[in-house]
Design a protein around this ligand. Sequence first.
Ligand code: NAP
Ligand code: MG
Length: 452
Amino acid sequence: MAPVLNPANEAVIADVPSMSAEQADAAIAAAERALPAWRAVAPGDRARLLRQFATVVREHREELAQLEVANAGHTIGNARWEADNVANVLDYYSGAPERLFGRQIPVPNGIDITFKEAIGVVGIIVPWNFPMPIAGWGFVPALAAGCTVVLKPAELTPLTAIRLAELGLEAGLPEGVFTVVTGKGSVVGQRFVDNPTVRKVVFTGSTSVGTQVMAGCAQQIKRVTLELGGKSANIIFADSDLEKAAATAPYGVFDNAGQDCCARSRILVQRSVFDKFMGLFESAVSGVVVGDPTADATEMGPLISQSQRDVVRSFVPADAPIAFQGKCPDGAGFWFPPTVLAPVAATDRAFQEEIFGPVVVVVPFEDEAEAIRLANDSEYGLSGSIWSRDIGRAIRVARAVESGNLSVNSNSSVRYWTPFGGFKQSGLGRELGPDALDSFTEVKNVFIDTSQ
Ligand code: NAP
Ligand code: MG
């Protein structure tokens, strides 16, 4: 068993089994046994089961949200959104089983048709930063495509995943179709990579572990989707609505205490408005409400763990160029205040590395070309924002930034209707939207000879 902590007060809130490799293999074998029957469920019936699952998740919205507040330190407002996101994603992909179309392709001497066949047993490895949404983005389209799923939550945040699997059974999913296995990544997660019954791994987490997962999967040509780190740029031009850009910038990076792969952790500001922006940004940062995540007004909670706080602290040593800093509670809990670093050089660690905490760097640029060069000066390419009233410029810059998810005059990255994923070392493949189904299916081509 492994203890599970509340990161806001360090209290032990549960003990969760730390499963062995043999237990992981047993769950994988059960998912394999459940596969033929699940694949054979008529499309309309599979759709109804997913809609029923969405209904049951909605009925347990508050329970799931409270569980996430206690386990991950998420603000209650965020946690409710996250529970809703699982239900919305279930509703969205409940439309898929009945629309998993193949093609009919003109060929000589016969008929040629394609099928989208379920890939088989899928292993999903989930990190601790968004336990519910990231689980849902994997297991929902997988189930819709006719795959069965084994899912490993992060050791730090297993509680909502365990509950979602129970709710799936309650909604009528057959045994073995969606199973949560708890334990260490190096034990349970590694079995998803090594056990050949698992035909596809969906991994979200650090680029370093993602690299190992991809290398492991390569041994079996196992399919893999990777959602890894980010160091996204928030590019603010002088011709933007500067007030709005500054007022929203804290939430574009400090949401979830910065533990967000889409965090806009590099703010690039056109030099002619740099000082004005910094003034507006300082008052916006001082307005971020940090504290008790159960309170409705709270906008930022604690970090997930002591070790995560140690990592974040290492980016803010005693001689760090702190431009300004917000407040946070002291005492128990893994708290860290919103922190703004400037001036920072593009070669500095704080500019280059993913911090995954409430620390942002602000850097000036002269013109469009320099903004693009700085934005692309990163091994990552997940997300980003462009603020400008010149729509031509906004589109030009959006096309030039090497990143999978960009917003213009907005910091929102995730909409379940649209594809989500990274360029460069931010990942491989796309989740959500119409694209996700392709990663849980194989195209099968069948030719039928009609010649006499
Ligand atoms: P991590 O080690 O990559 O963990 C992510 C998931 O992978 C967890 O479920 C973890 O299990 C599992 N895992 C670990 N080793 C594994 C292995 N050898 N085989 C299969 N699965 C394995 O991430 P972390 O250590 O929690 O966080 C470190 C840093 O990664 C963060 O500071 C941040 O920069 C980045 N990160 C990015 C995202 C993202 O959304 N892109 C999410 C989380 C973290 P355990 O439960 O045993 O850890
Ligand atoms: Mg790790």
